[in-house]
Design a protein around this ligand. Structure first.
Ligand SMILES: NC(=O)c1ccc[n+]([C@@H]2O[C@H](COP(=O)([O-])OP(=O)(O)OC[C@H]3O[C@@H](n4cnc5c(N)ncnc54)[C@H](O)[C@@H]3O)[C@@H](O)[C@H]2O)c1
Length: 349
């Protein structure tokens, strides 16, 4: 089997390439990436050592793709920041996330490849999530069960009304989801869409606007200052986390049993059992790393921020026996072990 991973030197793409090389013996894995994300260049020797091929190329340019055909195309390239384009220059975001996804779809159509797309929980409209009733607990905010169709204390289900703004980033991903649907109808594309929440774990080069768990561990290890930004600055905003190794297990199952997964679109996330607030994350990082770092308070919200996001994965759990096996503590432990083992390289990023 020949598999192309676009964005294959990124956090998800590189972890997936290594998992595929380890668990699908004989699979030829090609990782295409333009190394736009700072830190992705560190993944290239890892990929090559694992027997994956690295192809430097940009999804904005259809001529830059490797020669096919491929049996499966996994689209993991993106400008993944929810703040992208907000500064008035959305060109890179649209060209990569929308035009790039279109180029991937065209390649999949030509090659008759199976297509796996990494979408995002950011497709859900911000105002609807923010308006849902919530309460304040000692260390976190929590959603109530009633108030908005599709949202409960378990989280946001796919049934929630999609009308409303969702950030430029969220728009590009929802548009790509819809384009996949059109390719399915027009050309018989066989495709799977995973709407991911926060993915975390080793080899994520976390920054303030993306990769919060890794950012938190890196800051604790290197004693760099952090901030609780928004919602009064108490660090009570909540996300659910999925260990990248759990995501890789699921995608492996999708590749192995593609006929059963063809047509899938839904939430893929840690869910309420794997959620944490920022201040809970701080406590965990202090415990695991044995180090403390100052955390400042910035009461004002940032654009596109969310008080709470937890995905309700009922639709997913009805379809598969797969469940996230690694909890938030394990995410922090594994990320810390990675930071400790690569401290010299990582201190320069
Ligand atoms: N990490 C998360 O928490 C998360 C959550 C939901 C969805 N996703 C989605 O998962 C996918 C992977 O995200 P990630 O966390 O690995 O991000 P990442 O930034 O680590 O990886 C993306 C990779 O794409 C590459 N890239 C960017 N522009 C490119 C271009 N024009 N041509 C070729 N390569 C390009 C980058 O260099 C990087 O290596 C993305 O589609 C993202 O939207 C991620």
């Amino acid at each position: 089997m020949k598999i192309l991973i676009t964005g294959g030197a990124g956090f998800v793409g590189s972890n997936l390439a290594l998992a595929l090389r380890a668990q699908l013996p004989g699979a030829e894995v090609v990782c295409m990436d333009n190394l736009y994300r700072r830190g992705s260049e560190l993944n290239v020797p890892r990929l090559q050592a694992a027997g994956a091929q690295f192809h430097r190329g940009d999804v904005r340019d259809r001529a830059a793709f490797p020669a096919g055909p491929f049996d499966c195309l996994i689209e993991c390239s993106a400008e993944p920041s929810v703040l992208a384009g907000q500064d008035g220059s959305p060109d890179y975001l649209f060209q990569t996330n929308l035009v790039g996804a279109y180029h991937c779809l065209e390649k999949a159509r030509q090659w008759q490849s199976r297509f796996i797309f990494l979408s995002t929980s950011r497709v859900y409209p911000i105002a609807r999530l923010e308006a849902h009733p919530w309460r304040e607990e000692p260390t976190r905010f929590a959603w109530s069960d009633q108030g908005t169709a599709g949202i409960s204390s378990r989280g946001v289900a796919e049934a929630v009304d999609l009308n409303g703004a969702r950030s430029l980033y969220g728009y590009t991903k929802l548009s790509a989801e819809q384009l996949i649907e059109e390719y399915r109808a027009a050309f018989g594309l066989r495709a799977v869409v995973n709407r991911c929440g926060v993915i975390a774990g080793p080899w994520q080069f976390g920054k303030v606007d993306q990769g919060v768990a890794s950012l938190w561990v890196l800051a604790h290890h290197f004693q760099r200052p952090l901030s609780y930004i928004g919602y009064g600055g108490a660090g009570k905003q909540v996300r659910d986390f999925l260990h990248v190794a759990d995501l890789c297990d699921l995608i492996l199952d999708q590749i192995r049993n593609f006929d059963q997964w063809d047509g899938w679109l839904g939430n893929v996330s840690g869910g309420l059992a794997h959620s944490a607030s920022l201040c809970e994350l701080t406590a965990l990082c202090r415990e695991v790393t044995g180090r403390e770092t100052p955390v400042a308070t910035v009461p004002e919200n940032r654009p596109n921020d969310l008080r709470l996001f937890v995905a309700d994965c009922t639709r997913l759990f009805q379809r598969t026996t797969w469940r996230p096996k690694r909890d938030v503590r394990r995410i922090i432990q594994d990320t810390h072990a990675w930071v400790t083992a690569h401290a010299t390289q990582l201190s320069k990023l």
